[in-house]
Design a protein around this ligand. Sequence first.
Ligand code: FAD
Length: 376
Amino acid sequence: MKRLVLLGGGHAHVKVLADLAQLPLAGWDVHLISPYRRQIYSGMLPGWVAGHYPIEACAIRLDTLAGRAGVAFHETAGVGLDLATQTVRGADGSTLRFDALSIDTGPMPALGDLPGSAEHTLPVRPIEQFIAAWPALVDRMLGQCRRFDLVILGAGAAGIELAFAIQRRAAIDGWSHLFITVMGSDELPLPGAPDRTRKHIARLLAQRGIVWKGATRATRVEAGLVHLQAGPPMAFDACIASTGAAAPSWPAASGLATDKRGFIGVSRSLQSTSHPNIFSAGDVAAYADVRPKSGVYAVRAGPVLAKNLRAFCEGKALQAWTPQLRALYLISTGDRHALATWGRWSWSGSWVWRWKDRIDRQFMRRFGTEPLEASP
Ligand SMILES: Cc1cc2nc3c(=O)[nH]c(=O)nc-3n(C[C@H](O)[C@H](O)[C@H](O)COP(=O)(O)OP(=O)(O)OC[C@H]3O[C@@H](n4cnc5c(N)ncnc54)[C@H](O)[C@@H]3O)c2cc1C
């Protein structure tokens, strides 16, 4: 029997698993490798921080999904690839041979350029580590009588959503001594969004009492202090790093074709440009048509990846995918309020939050999570 290995349980692979649960792949033995038994849906993570959802409501059970699909589950991280022997090496010392491989392991936190950040900040990724560390950060803040300064490095969707979510939680739980600063290298938050939207986000930050420190580049972090390219260093009690996506080192080290930054080069069929029996999707992939690293494109790649893996295994023709140019981004801005952007258009309000909540719940239901109720 031939073997297909799915490395990582990212947004595209959950669709592949759901597809396999509906229709098994005849003559192929399928395996999933993931360091965690669940996949956290990042779109809902800020909602967990804000207190809207319990964490189980934001999690897709990979082990259950794999079980339903007849896929063997291996609880470990892939740490190396041997392309000559066609094997994946796991962090637990295991090796797994493959005839076809698909990689959807997401990005690594981009901490490389910021000395001291690995030691002195809490990165948002791996998300499971952030989730595990968050209660201790809250305890530390609650245990401090004086002002508690939380600095968030990075003003992309993740950093901004987290800032609003933490502020919402602070307002509800009475953390009045918490002061949040978001720092970004551009003049305005949310790089890549239209100017009008960015100004709107800056206004919302100010309205919620979150300090926006734009045009500021952090150069080094030490205990309690972030050094800046210009001006005096900034003191903090806790620092969350949300500084963007970097590639893991093992794909390039294995000899797999990658782009300059180390993301796996794939054609329009999501097939590696150097190894036709290897596929990749999500943030770890460098698509033929360059698109921002975002959950939207990882989710959109799912159905194409599912079809093409099946077609490859059955010896049929692959489908080409051109990711849409514009994507709908729904950014939660705290207090059951959200902002939607589509190209140069944007809308905001409580109705946008309800719309986002509905889309997120529908997404989770598709992958077997029970319908959930927002916490009061
Ligand atoms: C707080 C937050 C808010 C965000 N908001 C938005 C938003 O509003 N809109 C948007 O489009 N994007 C948003 N993003 C970005 C979005 O999360 C990512 O673009 C998306 O998760 C990428 O999906 P993926 O499938 O590539 O990877 P992931 O979702 O990261 O999934 C990768 C999976 O692979 C596993 N894995 C990791 N390493 C290995 C390994 N070595 N071996 C095996 N398995 C591995 C991980 O545990 C995980 O299960 C947000 C991110 C964060 C953190």
